[in-house]
Design a protein around this ligand. Structure first.
Ligand SMILES: C[S@@+](CC[C@H](N)C(=O)[O-])C[C@H]1O[C@@H](n2cnc3c(N)ncnc32)[C@H](O)[C@@H]1O
Length: 329
C-alpha cells in the first residue's frame, strides 16, 4: 500500500506551482465545500468544479489521491500484458488518470482528456506542461460533455471517479460510450458501498457484452462477497504541507479507498500474455509468526480465508511481501 506511484513527486511539484498565488482562505473554503459535496452521493445538476478556485482545490487535495488509486489499478492492468498506445480519459478533470497511465504503460504515446469543465482542462494542461513523460507533455485536454463525447477511439478508456456525479441512465450511457470507444475500459470509483455497487453494475454490463475481466476479480462468476461487504482497495498517499493545511489534517498520509473494474473487448485478450491471477487479496494480510493469513477472492468464484505457512518456502516469502489488493502469491 505504501508503494509510491510513478510521477507522484513530479505531479506534486506541478500542483504546488499551479496553486501558488491563489488566496489560501479561498482555497480552504473551496476544499471544505468539495469535501462536503463529495460526501453526499447525488447526481450533480451543475458542474461541482464550479470555479477556478474549486478546480485548484480539487487538484490540491483530491488529485494526488485519485492519481494514487488509478496508479495501483493501471499497474495491475499492465501486469496482465495490456500495452496501450492511446488513452482516452472521459470526465478526466485535471488529468489524474492520465498521469497514472503514463506511469503504468511505457507503451503510451497519445493521451486525450475530455471533461465538461474548461478550468479543469486548463489546469490539467498547465500541470503537464513540463512533464518528463512525452505522452503526458503532449496530452490533449479538450472540452466535451457526457452524451456528446467526440467520436475518438483508443486502446484504453478510463472513467475515473465520474459515475457518482451522474444518474443511473447517464452512468449506463457513459459506460456504453466508453465501451464503444475503447479496446479496454477501466472504471474506478470511491471505495465505499455505493461506489462498489456502481462498479458491480459496470462489471455486469461488461460481462454481458462478452468482455474479459482484467481485474480485480480473478473470475467472471457473480461477486461472492457477503451482503454488507464490499470489494475495495487502498492506496497510501503522502500529504504535502499544503494538503494538510487545506484539509486541516495532522497525519502525513492518508489511505485512498477505491473500487474498480477493468475489462478488454472480445479479441483483445488474445494478445495478452499474463496468467490469470491466483486470487485477489481483499484485506490487509495478517502476518503472524510462521504464517500469513489472507482473505481472498478465488478464481473458482468463492471468497474466504487462505493461509500460507513458512513450509511453503518461496511462496511464503512472497506472502510476507504481499499486500491488500495484490494477487495471492
Ligand atoms: C470527481 S472528478 C474526477 C476527475 C478525474 N477523473 C479524477 O480521477 O481525478 C469528476 C469529473 O467528472 C467530470 N464530469 C462530471 N459530469 C460530467 C459530464 N456530464 N460531462 C463531462 N464531464 C463530467 C467533472 O467535471 C469532473 O472533472
Amino acid at each position: 500500500m505504501s508503494r509510491t506511484p510513478a510521477y507522484a513527486a513530479e505531479l506534486r511539484t506541478a500542483l504546488t506551482r499551479a496553486v501558488r498565488g491563489i488566496d489560501e482562505r479561498d482555497l480552504t473554503r473551496a476544499t471544505a465545500a468539495l469535501v462536503s459535496r463529495y460526501r453526499s452521493v447525488a447526481p450533480a445538476s451543475a458542474p461541482i468544479l464550479a470555479s477556478r478556485v474549486h478546480v485548484a482545490a480539487y487538484a490540491a487535495y483530491r488529485m494526488p489521491a485519485t492519481h494514487a488509486a488509478l496508479s495501483r489499478v493501471l499497474v495491475d492492468v499492465a501486469g496482465r500484458g495490456l500495452e496501450p498506445r492511446s488513452m482516452l480519459d472521459l470526465g478526466g478533470g485535471t488529468g489524474a488518470a492520465a498521469w497514472a497511465a503514463a506511469g503504468a504503460f511505457e507503451s503510451l504515446e497519445t493521451i486525450t482528456v475530455l471533461d465538461q469543465v474548461e478550468d479543469a482542462l486548463d489546469l490539467g494542461r498547465e500541470l503537464v506542461a513540463d512533464a518528463s513523460s512525452p505522452a503526458l507533455a503532449s496530452a490533449t485536454f479538450r472540452r466535451a460533455v457526457a452524451g456528446s463525447w467526440p467520436e475518438l477511439d483508443a486502446d484504453l478508456v478510463t472513467v475515473s471517479y465520474v459515475l457518482s456525479e451522474l444518474d443511473e441512465a447517464q452512468q449506463d450511457a457513459l459506460v456504453a460510450d466508453a465501451m464503444r470507444r475503447g479496446r479496454a475500459v477501466v472504471v474506478a470509483e470511491p471505495g465505499t458501498p455505493d461506489g462498489y455497487a456502481r462498479v458491480l453494475r459496470v462489471r455486469s454490463v461488461l460481462l454481458r457484452a462478452g468482455w474479459t475481466l482484467l481485474g480485480p476479480c480473478p473470475h467472471s462468476a457473480d461477486c461472492p462477497l457477503a451482503r454488507g461487504d464490499w470489494c475495495h482497495f487502498a492506496a497510501r498517499v503522502s500529504r504535502s504541507a499544503e494538503h494538510r493545511r487545506l484539509k486541516g489534517g495532522e497525519l502525513s498520509y492518508e489511505d485512498e479507498k477505491f473500487s474498480w473494474v477493468a475489462a478488454a473487448a472480445p479479441g483483445v485478450l488474445d494478445t495478452l500474455t499474463a496468467e490469470v491471477s491466483s486470487g485477489r487479496i481483499l484485506r490487509h494480510p495478517l502476518k503472524r509468526k510462521g504464517f500469513v493469513e489472507f482473505q481472498v477472492c478465488r478464481p473458482d468464484g468463492t471468497a474466504g480465508r487462505e493461509v500460507v505457512s513458512k513450509k511453503a518456502g518461496e511462496r511464503y516469502r512472497g506472502a510476507r511481501d504481499a499486500d491488500w489488493g495484490d494477487a495471492l502469491p
